[in-house]
Design a protein around this ligand. Structure first.
Ligand code: ATP
Ligand code: MG
Length: 251
């Protein structure tokens, strides 16, 4: 069996809401009353950094690829950056978020790849984690986050698969919501139908949804957010959609 990597940090229990983490604690060993050392048995690297209760850790996940995880992570990070010091953690080996940011002038937040993450995150007000679909269960991701955003395009077939996956989050006390992305506008009724299906199934769903816009592709090429995409009225609208999402997350 592969030996676990050296523990790199401690959680400080007086600062940390450790009850929420404790179900994971076949991974951890209590050292004393004030701290416990992380012992990894899996690749849970996000656990290896100091994490204070005042910071908000928002993860973006969905087992399915191409549903708008990176677009969402990047836009939420840009919007959080206007409210506090923000770090975007790129958890995808393809480094899509890192490349997006590197292509432009900077977006007001720091970016680090998960492989390079170490030390304290205490000085960040918000940490947004973009993940690679299917690498770990949504439940373990949700348990290690203050809030899990699950983007999904409003396609009936993938939504049905998603609803089965979401069963695992029920009654677990984790905070998550599905975010409909790339929602086609009128006369398409895909968004409306998807919303109805999810609500009928009792799935927590953002009231806001992200409408389809070619501005996202332009923004990615230029390394900016849709707010900076000029001469495209849909770009402004798409930015406003993400503003509403942030308002819902922060309450
Ligand atoms: N609201 C939207 N309107 C139009 N296109 C969108 C929208 N959201 C995402 N897209 C497009 O969908 C594609 C996939 O988006 P993104 O890369 O964010 O998905 P992902 O879930 O991170 O994919 P992966 O699983 O490969 O990491 C991109 O081409 C992106 O521009
Ligand atoms: Mg991605």
């Amino acid at each position: 069996m592969k030996s676990p990597p050296e523990p790199r940090a401690f959680f400080f229990l007086e600062k940390y809401d450790w009850d929420r983490f404790f179900p994971l604690e076949n991974k951890c060993k209590i050292k004393n009353n004030f701290s416990f050392e992380i012992i990894f048995e899996t690749n849970c690297r996000i656990n290896s950094v100091c994490y204070s209760k005042s910071m908000k850790l928002i993860s973006i996940g969905n087992d399915k690829g191409g549903v708008g995880k990176t677009v969402t992570a990047l836009h939420l990070a840009a919007l959080f950056a206007a409210r506090g010091k923000t770090l975007l953690v790129d958890g995808d080996r393809n480094r899509s978020a890192t490349d997006w940011v590197a292509a432009g002038p900077g977006l007001g937040f720091e970016t680090v790849h998960l492989d390079d993450l170490s030390g304290s995150l205490d000085h960040f007000d918000f940490v947004v984690v973009d993940t690679k679909g299917g690498e770990e269960s949504l439940l373990s991701l949700a348990k290690r986050s203050d809030f899990l955003v699950i983007p999904s395009k409003p396609e009936a077939v993938s939504l049905r698969v998603l609803m089965r996956t979401l069963e695992t989050l029920k009654n677990e006390g984790v905070l998550y919501k599905v975010l409909l992305t790339d929602v086609p506008t009128y006369p398409s009724v895909d968004g409306h139908d998807a919303r109805g299906m999810l609500l009928d199934a009792g799935i927590p769903l953002f009231g806001a949804e992200i409408r389809s816009s070619a501005a996202f592709r332009k923004a990615m090429i230029d390394g900016v957010t849709v707010r900076e995409v000029k001469r495209d009225p849909r770009a402004k609208r798409a930015w406003m959609d993400y503003e509403l999402v942030v308002k819902e997350i922060l309450g």
